[in-house]
Design a protein around this ligand. Structure first.
Ligand code: GTP
Length: 157
């Protein structure tokens, strides 16, 4: 378990365990890559962040992850790999499951819901995410822990 305080002063607890806080979390967050580049979305209010959002009624966590990636990026997910889960001690509490996927395709769309569509990042995202145009969510330790999981466990680095 990892614990830290986010940009808004809330306590966040992150774990690589299988669904430690909820077997059916209300939120998902998906780290996506396509052709070796990170693919994020331009959220109209918060700025650049990985796709994600709320699980809808009757939907599984994986279905929500796949839908959010299509809505916000126009991307078709490949295998969705579970990375971890985190809890934000805001009222009401937020629990998010974090996944990684390598996109199978990325097709331009006319509408990307609350976002302005995909943003490709080629540089070092662990550093770039602190720039002003990135959302507060990207500054969380949760993002560092998730990227490190991908680098160490999936990329073999
Ligand atoms: P809607 O999506 O329109 O309901 O708006 P919202 O942003 O108020 O809802 P949401 O339930 O997504 O988030 C409520 C609050 O929880 C935010 O204002 C943040 O303080 C916090 N929060 C949500 N997601 C995250 C996250 O990934 N990381 C951190 N640190 N805080 C989060």
């Amino acid at each position: 378990m990892y614990q830290f305080t986010d940009d808004n002063g809330y306590t966040v607890t992150y774990s690589y365990d299988q669904h430690p806080f909820s077997a059916s979390p209300a939120h998902v967050f998906i780290l996506t890559r396509y052709n070796g580049q990170w693919v994020l979305t331009q959220h109209k209010k918060r700025g650049i962040e990985f796709p994600g959002g709320k699980v809808e009624k009757g939907e599984s966590t994986l279905e929500a992850a796949s839908r959010e990636v299509m809505e916000e990026l126009g991307g078709n997910v490949g295998e969705l790999i579970y990375i971890g889960q985190y809890k934000v001690d805001v009222e009401p509490e937020i629990i998010k499951s974090v996944y990684y996927t390598e996109l199978e395709s990325l097709t331009p769309k006319s509408d990307y819901h609350e976002t302005a569509g995909p943003v490709m990042i080629t540089g070092d995202l662990l550093k770039e995410r602190f720039n002003d145009e990135f959302s507060f969510i990207m500054k969380d330790e949760t993002v560092r822990l998730s990227i490190e999981f991908i680098q160490h466990e999936l990329d073999g680095g």
